[in-house]
Ligand binder design. Structure first.
Ligand code: ACO
Length: 348
């Protein structure tokens, strides 16, 4: 039993901020941002939420797959920026879609989240537990961005992407509890919590209603909601540390996943990398000694949308007709945690 992606979708907010808009908020320039990151503009939510974008991306993916909401057995939403804590975003999406038979949960692994959501769903599907999964990455990073910090606010954007993953067999008829070589590709993933300080964002719910212990800013009773937050409640990043981590670990993990599955780099048609920085993508291509044509990018238009970036890019390639049956793709994510990983997929 194996499983393939049979449909993709995405939702991008229509409101945009280009680099000149950012230069009106912090001391920076269009030239600096383009040169150091490759980003030209980013799309930012207005009326949208993480859940509404996730639901619309999912609707489009189901439509592309020709799968009805009632056929979905599993919904995983990967997000670090949901507008709801309870119920989880995946349950909210289920409600929006009417996917009444689905089991739903969220997954939090920042920019590696979509790769981990794919791996999780693949494990369920290839073991025969479920047949049809809806995987969504949706982020409203503008809510977590410190718009006064030029080291981070130049990078991020909002959006959602989704994919439908389907096994080629009816759930429960055939079980493969042991890996069956040739049926599907094994992923490689890593985490290093000890280095998590490189990219952090504190919860906004870090005060205790019972003991009354609140973070410092909350102790001022006159403070309005906004001033109750300090810098630690927005994303804080050691940019150079994340950069160095990415250019070392991403080529390594791609090498590991190719070796593990005995796939040669020449057999890979596209490397669908998390879209964080053009220089990171270029450095990974160079270290792998693979041509840039195999590394599609859209970060110039959307910035870094964390767990949404891989499914948005996948959906764009799919809609442009660039993905053909039998092609092999590598999905590679990296980010806060620190976490990183790569998976090989064969296009349907
Ligand atoms: N505009 C102008 N100047 C700036 C800006 C800016 N926006 N930001 C920093 N600078 C200045 C710095 O102050 C510094 O000046 P100095 O030399 O006088 O001290 C100089 O530019 C160089 O700063 P660096 O931080 O060394 O710049 P760098 O080339 O590393 O670029 C960047 C910064 C773009 C953040 C880069 O480090 C990067 O992309 N890192 C990876 C970030 C990333 O991918 N994060 C996401 C991970 S995914 C996730 O989990 C969400």
């Amino acid at each position: 039993m194996t499983a393939t992606i049979c449909g993709t979708g995405s939702y991008i907010p229509s409101y945009t901020m280009d680099n000149n808009d950012i230069a009106r908020l912090v001391e920076t320039s269009d030239e600096w941002i383009r040169e150091r990151t490759g980003v030209a503009r980013r799309h930012i939510i207005q009326d949208e939420t993480t859940v509404s974008m996730a639901a619309e991306a999912a609707r489009r993916a189901l439509n592309d797959a020709g799968v009805s909401p009632e056929e979905v057995d599993l919904i995983i939403v990967s997000t670090i920026s949901s507008n709801v804590i309870l119920p989880c975003a995946a349950c909210e999406v289920q409600k929006e879609l009417g996917a009444v038979h689905a089991t739903c949960f969220d997954l939090s692994a920042a920019c590696t989240g979509f790769v981990l959501a794919y791996n999780t769903a693949l494990a369920y599907l290839t073991s025969g537990v479920y047949r049809t999964a809806l995987l969504i990455g949706s982020e409203s990073l503008s809510n977590l961005t410190n718009w006064k910090d030029r080291g981070t606010c130049i990078l991020f954007g909002d959006g959602a992407g989704a994919a439908v993953l389907r096994s080629d067999d009816v759930a429960g008829t055939e079980m493969f509890p042991i890996y069956d070589p040739g049926k599907y590709f094994l992923p490689v993933t890593h985490s290093e919590g000890a280095k998590g300080g490189a990219l952090t964002c504190k919860s906004r719910h870090d005060f205790n209603g019972l003991t009354g212990e609140k973070h410092q800013a909350c102790q001022d009773h006159q403070a309005d909601a906004e001033s109750m937050l300090d810098e630690s409640h927005y994303m804080q990043m050691d940019g150079q540390a994340v950069f160095k981590f990415a250019v070392k670990k991403v080529p390594e993990v791609i090498g590991e996943v190719l070796k593990l599955n005995q796939v040669a780099p020449e057999e890979i048609d596209y490397y669908i990398m998390h879209q964080a920085n053009k220089r990171i993508v270029e450095a990974v291509a160079k270290r792998l000694d693979e041509p840039m044509e195999k590394f599609p990018m859209n970060l110039q238009e959307y910035g870094n949308t964390s767990s949404a970036s891989i499914p948005i890019l996948l959906d764009e390639l799919n809609r442009e007709g660039k993905l053909k049956p039998g092609q092999k793709l590598v999905l590679a994510g990296f980010g806060a945690g620190l976490t990183w990983g790569a998976s090989i997929i064969e296009w349907h």
